[in-house]
Design a protein around this ligand. Structure first.
Ligand SMILES: Cc1ncc(COP(=O)(O)O)c(C=O)c1O
Length: 364
């Protein structure tokens, strides 16, 4: 049965995600367009979700108490400092409703996560997007743009779609210069960035230290990326007890399903799956970076699980041609980059197929 067009329109047009395949032909598509985990969910998470299927006639634990307890232990904070939601997309909506209103604004960078705009505008507020500095956040520019109506600052770190990172020292400086506004540190790709940073001898993030010290920050993490649970919809925020209490008031009841809670709990424990995804990403992103650069594409070094690539021609048309070759990538016209694409790092086999197709298109 066809789904309502408006719903598909929302997914495709605004969040930048591809609607689920609707025919058998599409199920063979190599999906490198939505920054999903190419290895799927943690096998432990699949088992845990299967084990609770028969209990889905009950409502879920509205407090997600077991999951929050586990996350609190994991991060060394109090359980009241954790709020779980149906993915970060939902969390961003709660944040916007909690802090924004008509006449107020939030700040971020151009070419950043598209939901910052959606959530801000849905709250009737204005999103101010500052120009980028070499494909990354210009934190000095953002600090200078704060005005008396600014309530939130959204920092995607690493940034989606450019893959760039700001260091812990950069964020220290930002926090010193703007003590009043709430800074949202969106670390959806935390595990990938942390691995790159450790190998490169750089301190990526002190985000949870800020929370422990009572700074005005909200740290966001998701189960959609390294844990492979994007379809289960579960993510969380960590902040001071007061900030979490304020954001919680915007929460819908039962928004984290029984399946999502069970899957997330098991995924947290599955260090082998996390390691597999991270190691593949670190290795394969570097291989793709080198190979795509050699073919003649301009690639930005990544700190996430995807590559930002300037292809020097119309991105939508290029993505369509690549789709004919059986590969989906994300054209970035909507981000104001009509000649750039974002490519999720896949398995070695998927990446081989991508390189063959990108070579073919370069020569066509
Ligand atoms: C920077 C960033 N934040 C948040 C999200 C949303 O994550 P979730 O699946 O938890 O809604 C994404 C997803 O692509 C992202 O790239």
């Amino acid at each position: 049965m066809p789904l309502a067009p408006a719903r598909y329109g929302f997914a495709g047009d605004h969040t930048g995600e591809t609607p689920a395949p609707t025919s058998n032909a599409l199920t063979t598509l190599i999906k490198l367009d939505s920054n999903e985990n190419p290895f799927g969910p943690s096998p432990h998470a699949i088992k845990a979700m299967q084990a609770v299927l028969a209990t889905c006639s009950d409502y879920p634990d509205d407090d997600a108490s077991t999951l929050r307890l586990k996350l609190a232990e994991h991060h060394g904070v109090q359980v009241e400092q954790i709020l779980v939601a149906g993915g970060l997309t939902e969390f961003l909506g709660m944040l916007a409703r909690a802090f924004l209103a008509p006449g107020l604004n939030a700040l971020t960078s151009q070419r950043s996560f598209i939901v910052y705009r959606l959530a801000t505008e849905a709250a009737g507020a204005q999103l101010i997007e500052m120009p980028m500095l070499q494909d990354g956040f210009d934190l000095g520019g953002i600090a200078a743009a704060v005005n008396r109506n600014t309530r939130l600052i959204f920092l995607a770190n690493p940034n989606n779609p450019t893959g760039t990172m700001v260091t812990a020292d950069d964020i220290d400086h930002l926090l010193e210069s703007i003590p009043e506004q709430v800074v949202v540190l969106d670390e959806a790709y935390y595990e990938f960035a942390q691995d790159f940073a450790a190998r490169r001898g750089i301190t990526y993030s002190r985000s949870l230290d800020y929370v422990r010290k009572g700074r005005n920050v909200v740290v966001l993490r998701t189960f959609s990326k390294v844990h492979g649970l994007a379809g289960a919809r579960v993510g969380y925020g960590v902040a001071s007890v007061d900030l979490i209490a304020r954001i919680s008031r915007q929460r819908s009841m039962y928004c984290v399903s029984i399946l999502a809670q069970a899957g997330a709990l098991a995924a947290l424990e599955d260090s082998a799956h996390i390691r597999k995804a991270v190691e593949n990403n670190t290795h394969e992103s570097q291989r793709l970076y080198r190979a795509l650069s050699e073919i003649g594409y301009a690639v930005t070094p990544t700190w996430g699980s995807f590559l930002y690539c300037d292809i020097g021609r119309g991105a939508s048309n290029f993505a369509e041609q690549l789709r004919v070759e059986g590969i989906a990538i994300r054209p970035l016209d909507q981000w104001g980059a009509p000649e750039a694409v974002r490519i999720t790092v896949g398995t070695p086999e998927q990446n081989d197929a991508l390189l063959r197709a990108m070579t073919k298109l370069k020569n066509s």
